[in-house]
Write a protein that binds this ligand. Structure first.
Ligand code: AP5
Length: 214
């Protein structure tokens, strides 16, 4: 099963991708995560991406299309994948269609997480993750079962993203409406589009997604 999760910053794409991944045994592919890894590793891609990410702007299409194409060829994607944060422009969507075609793969569903923009600022500024395994948390909506200890790996170190401040979030929202929102019509016309209420509680959003997938 190959899926796309669509939605503005903070909509819950990463949160829901983690759940779908463990339930269905398919891989979560976050282009944001891949780019942040490249920044950390100091690669040429990372050097080019850093300033754009911190300004809340999109990186050029060529940069992410190549990364995704190489990543979905790996054996762990044979069972399927969830694209979290890709495609983000009509150019990326048509490159994806072409690459899936060439690799003999299909796109099973596109699911939009519909949310209220103002709530996204609160969600993002309260977000943090485990420094060791990357498990995501929120100050108010998703705390570890034991205070200060990661549920998944037991680490006590947590981190916040450099682009998770109010000013950058507003720039990211703008980039979403300018470049990514047109994908809703694109996938609707291709009969792949579905949506869920991304403002519901995390478990309820997961249940609505399951209804679409089963
Ligand atoms: P990326 O990492 O993809 O960030 P994003 O799209 O802005 O999405 P987020 O990760 O911020 O949000 P999310 O929807 O995953 O929400 P989450 O589940 O964490 O991209 C970062 C940057 O990289 C971009 O700005 C761009 O520069 C670059 N980039 C990446 N891909 C690119 C591409 N394809 N092309 C060009 N540039 C690209 O949830 C947020 C918080 O809310 C969490 O704390 C969570 O616990 C909580 N939460 C989740 N769901 C709920 C709920 N239902 N109720 C209450 N709280 C909830």
């Amino acid at each position: 099963m190959n899926l796309i999760l669509l939605g503005p910053p903070g909509a819950g794409k990463g949160t829901q991708a983690e759940t779908i991944s463990s339930k269905h045994g398919i891989i979560q592919l976050s282009t944001g995560e891949m780019l942040r890894d490249a920044v950390k590793a100091g690669t040429e891609t990372g050097r080019q991406a850093k300033a754009l990410i911190e300004a809340g702007e999109l990186v050029p299409d060529e940069m992410v299309v190549g990364i995704v194409s190489e990543r979905i060829d790996r054996p762990d994607c044979a069972n399927g994948f969830i694209l979290d944060g890709f495609p983000r422009t009509l150019g990326q969507a048509s490159a994806l269609e072409k690459m899936l075609d060439e690799k003999g793969k299909t796109l099973d569903a596109v699911i939009e997480l519909r949310v209220d923009d103002e709530a996204m600022v609160e969600r993002i500024t309260g977000r943090y993750s485990c420094s060791k395994c990357g498990m995501g948390y929120h100050d108010k909506y998703k705390q570890p079962a034991k205070d200060g200890v990661c549920d998944k790996c037991g680490s006590t170190e947590f981190t916040r993203r450099a682009d998770d401040n109010e000013e950058t979030v507003r720039a990211r929202l703008l980039a979403y409406y300018r470049s990514t929102a047109p994908l809703i019509g694109y996938y609707f016309a291709k009969d792949r589009y579905n949506y869920v209420d991304g403002m519901a509680e995390i478990d309820e959003v997961a249940r609505q997604i399951e209804d679409i997938l089963t």
